[in-house]
Design a protein around this ligand. Structure first.
Ligand SMILES: Nc1ncnc2c1ncn2[C@@H]1O[C@H](COP(=O)(O)OP(=O)(O)OP(=O)(O)O)[C@@H](O)[C@H]1O
Ligand SMILES: [Mg+2]
Length: 416
């Protein structure tokens, strides 16, 4: 039998950096950014930070048209593949980004290349400025990487002053990867901060602004690199959505896509609750519910919500790969943390030690717990919050951990 009813398109978009059909909330942050573009001179740069999947990349993408509408150029990159960035590679990165911006508006003339006594067999050609031009200027400048980079940026700024633009935003996603590596004598993060704070201190009517996004480890790392970074940045800490915003994130994409399928009120409530109002989880769960419904309608069944299967899939796709980065002992340690009343917010070393002694046959000492937290920090599972406490770096991780079973031989009160 041929069914002519079109199959509804799934309007949800779980996935790193995937623009949602409807961006819920985040209007305060967009207003703050629009205001920052009006600074004269620019002294504040922006940081967008928050847990995994909270919507940093997507918000950064929203900033771009705001900047462009205010007459700013926008360039930048995703630094996720750059865990071992050296200073030179960072300089290259910045100059590549600068050249993509200058290329279309600034011409390079080869007139100066023609040696005296020779006549050009062709008229001097003008071509767009290329990365190589900036790189050779960089290499010709004496001094350290930061002197070279500052010099090229200053020359570029002189060229830009006559262009009909108000400024340039340099936007870097996953910027926590820029950490300095003192052991290798490489300080890419310090380099970036030095160059921008220097440029912003120079008198010029042409501003450059830095916008960085990254995990909550980013800001403490900036402060470690340069104490003045505290003053250089306005920090926007993205948190979970409010319940109303979470509902909108579920309802609006369905409306906007003019879908023939609609979620029942109880389903919406269920998704809000299970997602903890975190954007990635909302998109993930809502997409699965939608797909399951399409599947059922196709085979003529009434739609229902297979929530258990969906949560299992979420565990498998999102949490398990992160959880498996930890050793057995680290997993026991995190299971202890997950029992703490404030596991979803913030916890301290002493609390973990005390709880571990009550729960585990072999509890943790204070120094062992400190080491564990450090190792888990390096694995991207916890981070040190601003006031010395610790938090899980992955939202709803504590709920996931509480769904895992204990190894009965490692705990005190065996359950059977
Ligand atoms: N405000 C929002 N409203 C609705 N959906 C959103 C919102 N923000 C983000 N999302 C959705 O959440 C998911 C994660 O977004 P995004 O990749 O921007 O998060 P992130 O914070 O950059 O994550 P990561 O730390 O992994 O880089 C995407 O599927 C995106 O569509
Ligand atoms: Mg991101």
């Amino acid at each position: 039998m041929q069914d002519d009813t079109p199959i509804p398109q799934n309007p949800f978009r779980p996935g790193a950096g995937q623009k949602p059909l409807y961006l819920a909330g985040r209007s305060d942050e967009q207003d703050q950014f629009a205001k920052m573009l009006k600074q004269n001179p620019v002294t504040q740069n922006a940081i967008v930070t928050g847990l995994r999947g909270v919507g940093k990349t997507v918000l950064l993408e929203e900033f771009k048209p705001i900047a462009q509408k205010s007459g700013w150029l926008w360039t930048g990159n995703d630094l996720s593949e750059s865990a071992s960035l050296t200073e030179e590679r960072t300089a290259r990165r910045l100059l590549v980004d600068l050249s993509t911006l200058l290329g279309p508006i600034i011409e390079y003339s080869d007139k100066q290349r023609i040696l005296p006594g020779f006549t050009a067999i062709h008229a001097p050609t003008n071509r767009p400025l290329k990365f190589e031009d900036l790189w050779s200027a960089f290499e010709r400048t004496p001094g350290n990487t930061d002197d070279k980079l500052k010099a090229v940026f200053i020359s570029a700024r002189q060229l830009l002053e006559s262009a009909p633009v108000n400024g340039v935003v340099f936007a870097y996603d996953e910027a926590q990867n820029l950490t300095d590596h003192a052991s290798a004598k490489e300080y890419p993060l310090s380099l970036l901060l030095d160059v921008f704070s220097y440029l912003q201190r120079q008198p010029s009517r042409f501003p450059f602004m830095l916008v960085l996004t990254g995990l909550p480890t980013l800001f403490p790392r900036l402060n470690q690199a340069r104490t003045y970074s505290e003053r250089m940045f306005h920090v926007m800490y993205l948190r979970k959505l409010s319940e109303k915003q979470a509902r909108d994130a579920i309802i609006k994409p369905i409306e906007l896509s003019k879908s023939t399928l609609h979620f029942a009120e109880s389903t919406i409530k269920n998704i809000v609750e299970l997602s903890g109002c975190y954007p990635f989880f909302i998109q993930f769960i809502a997409k699965e519910v939608f797909d399951a419904w399409i599947g059922k309608i196709k085979i003529g069944l009434a739609p229902s919500v297979p929530i258990d299967e969906i949560m299992e899939k979420l565990d498998e796709d999102f949490f398990a790969p992160r959880w498996l980065r930890a050793t057995d002992r680290q997993q026991d340690f995190m299971k202890v943390i997950a029992t703490l009343p404030k596991a979803e917010e913030e916890f301290g070393t002493q609390e973990i030690v005390t709880a571990s002694r009550q729960i585990l046959v072999k509890g943790f000492t204070h120094s062992h717990a400190t080491q564990m937290l450090k190792a888990l920090g390096e694995k991207g599972l916890v981070y040190r919050s601003r006031y010395g406490g610790y938090s899980f770096a992955v939202p709803l991780l504590a709920r996931f951990i509480n769904r895992q079973s204990w190894d009965q031989t490692s705990i005190r009160n065996r359950t059977a």
